[in-house]
Design a binder for this molecule. Structure first.
Ligand code: XIL
Length: 378
């Protein structure tokens, strides 16, 4: 049963979350979490306010078994000043996840965005810039701080986020998104993975998956570059366990199913698990997700059919593909619950509407998962 806006007042009267635990005796699973059982983990990204919202909490607990902090585990949120850690908001999500038997994905250690300036500064240096050694020390301290605090509670960590351009070049040291590379040098990703693995070992957390995460991960240049990086890492004995494809996609056929499938094959070939890490499907015509949110792009006309039915079909096609590759896919995470809270304002990209009522695409995803589960049981 879904809690709709209309029924909230009735519900507040007495229902606690556990009490609406879904009908175990049902023939066919009718919530995503149950329908995805055996296929892959099904996750959501939640802002802190979700946990004080009855409807949002109910959806998270019943439909999902993996949670990612939308912002609360990022560098600026967890270590705003050097050595001064703030875990409060992250803890709220972790406690909720533990209560409802969900896994937690940590997002993210190294990203060019949402990282405080102090990381790269050194007032005692003549040019004011921190040395490679100092930045590496700060990165290690940060990773150790987070891994220690959430020891035993995190299933996977994004070690590096968004380091490649669409054509496969690593972001230039002097250009947009090149801050970590400029500070550490060309081996910055390698260093981050080595540090994460070293700290994980120290803490007995070797099982925690180390992930490379990025957007536009279907673009051939990027696919090639990421596959090459993973293979290089493996040849050097550097641990990397999973590849995160953010999946901020469009409701028209962009990217096409064939293109995504080619990327799956390439990534699966590395031996890494695939994670669909931040899925949302933009329906706003004339806008594309640039990686920094929706930006005007007149070439995007295919989204003209932004009807709920078209979006439901697109989600079904995508989830049918995920089901087909379920052996390679570890988890699929939606980047938000309802459209009203989505970072893609006006994109109406999620499974629930502004009132957190399920949209037709919720049911098409459910159907895809149900079908997939039946196949699996055959
Ligand atoms: C976004 C959040 O959803 C927004 O609330 C925030 O203002 C900016 O970051 N790639 C990522 C995510 O790895 O962390 C981003 O999340 C979306 C793009």
């Amino acid at each position: 049963m879904f809690i709709s806006m209309k029924s909230v007042s009735a519900i507040v009267a007495g229902i606690c979350l556990g009490a609406v635990a879904f009908q175990a005796q049902a023939q066919e699973p009718t919530r995503l979490r149950d329908a995805a059982e055996g296929l892959f983990l099904i996750g959501n990204a939640a802002p802190t306010r979700a946990f004080s919202d009855l409807i949002a909490s109910d959806i998270l607990a019943q439909d999902f078994n993996r949670l990612t902090c939308e912002n609360e585990m990022k560098f600026d949120a967890t270590e705003p000043q050097e050595g001064q850690f703030n875990f409060r908001a992250g803890d709220t999500l972790v406690e909720f996840a533990q209560k409802y038997g969900m896994k937690v994905h940590g997002h993210t250690f190294m990203w060019h965005s949402q990282t405080p300036q102090w990381v790269f500064q050194d007032s005692s240096a003549p040019n004011g810039r921190a040395s490679r050694e100092l930045v590496l020390k700060r990165l290690e301290n940060h990773i150790r701080g987070l891994m220690t605090h959430w020891k035993g509670k995190i299933d996977s960590w994004d070690v590096c986020n968004e380091c490649f351009e669409d054509d496969g070049r690593v972001r230039a040291a002097g250009g947009f998104g090149g801050n970590w590379r400029a500070a550490i040098g060309d081996d910055y990703m390698e260093q981050a993975f080595k540090i994460a693995d070293k700290v994980a070992k120290e803490l007995g957390e070797e099982k925690v998956l180390l992930v490379y995460n990025d957007f536009n991960m279907y673009k051939p240049g990027k696919v090639q570059a990421v596959v090459k990086m993973v293979n290089d890492f493996k040849a050097k004995g550097i641990r990397i366990d999973a590849i995160g494809m953010q999946a901020h996609w469009q409701s028209n056929d962009d990217p096409s199913i064939e293109t995504i499938e080619a990327a799956f094959k390439a990534y699966a070939g590395t031996g890494c698990k695939i994670i669909i890490s931040e899925m949302d499907v933009n329906t706003r015509n004339g806008f594309r997700n640039s990686g920094r949110g929706l930006e005007r792009d007149d070439s995007v006309q295919g989204n003209a059919d932004s009807s709920a039915e078209a979006l439901a079909k697109r989600y079904a096609d995508l989830f049918d593909l995920f089901v087909k590759y379920q052996k390679d896919i570890y988890a699929v995470t939606l980047w938000g619950i309802g459209d009203g809270w989505s970072w893609l304002r006006g994109g109406q990209p999620l499974l629930f509407d502004n009132n957190l009522d399920p949209k037709p695409c919720y049911y098409s995803v459910l159907k895809s998962l149900q079908k997939g589960q039946k196949e699996l049981k055959k």
